[in-house]
Design a protein around this ligand. Structure first.
Ligand SMILES: C[S@@+](CC[C@H](N)C(=O)[O-])C[C@H]1O[C@@H](n2cnc3c(N)ncnc32)[C@H](O)[C@@H]1O
Length: 279
């Protein structure tokens, strides 16, 4: 990546945008993300050397994982995401609900994700190609096949996560690496039983699988599991709003409330899977 000097005014331009990821754009310039994904990198079973590989990042937002694959030597990286909010497949009640400042800020962040990706690409002098495409529309006739596909924190937002995985299988000519959020309590209480809690009302997600449930989703979409990890936690980033503690205690009686309390103090529980398509 970058061999020329970083763009002028980079810090000021980065500060004008909303970031999902915490990305080191240049020495002394780091984005204020909603999440600090840097802490997750060592936990995810993505090959350290991707030299010569054709890679795909699904649901890239501002591109953290796409840039990470490029940094590891990928010959090319394609990153897909959706620019039009109507294509997101979020639960209808969550999509345009302005119930809280956090939700509004999150929605604003969505609107600037292509711009944030563009600035990061410029700052990192990257060649990653970002295309406006839903995971449901991945097609080997159009996009070709990829040696490595990365999928992170998207399945929970989709009505039909197994169909999304099925579409990914069709363009996956090598390996799929999935790092998704999972529900903590059902993962601990039911480690061998695949479960997924249906949300779908106020929150912008449909399914909260446990660790076994996430693995089962991948397997049932026609993948052979090559490697699985246990639980690890995605730390919140500098820009993540924290609701007053008092309001969090009040919702501890709900599963979503308990998960949010865990997120506040520990981060978002995740697990990862490395898999290849069944032949
Ligand atoms: C929670 S973010 C995860 C960002 C990143 N993949 C990661 O793991 O850190 C989910 C991303 O998926 C995108 N997205 C939502 N629906 C999508 C769809 N149907 N196809 C592709 N991307 C989608 C969102 O715009 C957002 O950028």
């Amino acid at each position: 990546m970058r061999t020329t000097p970083a763009p002028t005014g980079l810090a000021a331009r980065a500060a004008e945008l909303s970031w999902y990821h915490t990305i080191d754009l240049a020495p002394g310039v780091t984005t204020r993300g909603w999440f600090d994904t840097r802490g997750l990198v060592p936990e995810v079973p993505l090959a350290l050397d991707l030299t010569g590989k054709r890679c795909l990042d699904v649901g890239t937002w501002d591109g953290f994982w796409a840039f990470e694959m490029e940094r590891r030597g990928a010959a090319s990286v394609t990153a897909i995401d959706i620019d039009d909010p109507r294509g997101w497949d979020w639960p209808p009640n969550a999509e345009f609900d302005a119930a809280g400042a956090a939700r509004v800020a999150f929605m604003e962040g969505f609107k600037s994700q292509a711009a944030a990706f563009g600035l990061a690409k410029e700052a990192l002098d990257s060649k990653v190609e970002r295309i406006d495409c839903s995971v449901y529309d991945l097609d080997p006739e159009v996009h070709g096949t990829f040696d490595v596909v990365f999928l992170g924190a998207l399945l929970l937002h989709l009505r039909d996560p197994v169909r999304a995985l099925d579409r990914i299988r069709r363009v996956c000519g090598g390996e799929l690496v999935v790092a998704e959020s999972v529900e903590l309590i059902s993962s601990l209480l039911r480690p061998r039983t695949p479960t997924a809690r249906l949300e779908g009302l106020e929150e912008p997600w449909w399914w909260q699988p446990n660790v076994a449930g996430l693995r089962r989703m991948v397997a049932s979409a026609g993948f052979e599991l090559l490697e699985t990890t246990g639980l690890f936690f995605l730390p919140l980033g500098a820009a993540h709003p924290l609701p007053p503690l008092r309001s969090q205690w009040r919702v501890l009686g709900t599963a979503a409330g308990r998960e949010k309390a865990v997120a506040r103090f520990k981060g978002i529980p995740h697990t990862a899977v490395r898999a290849r398509p069944l032949t």
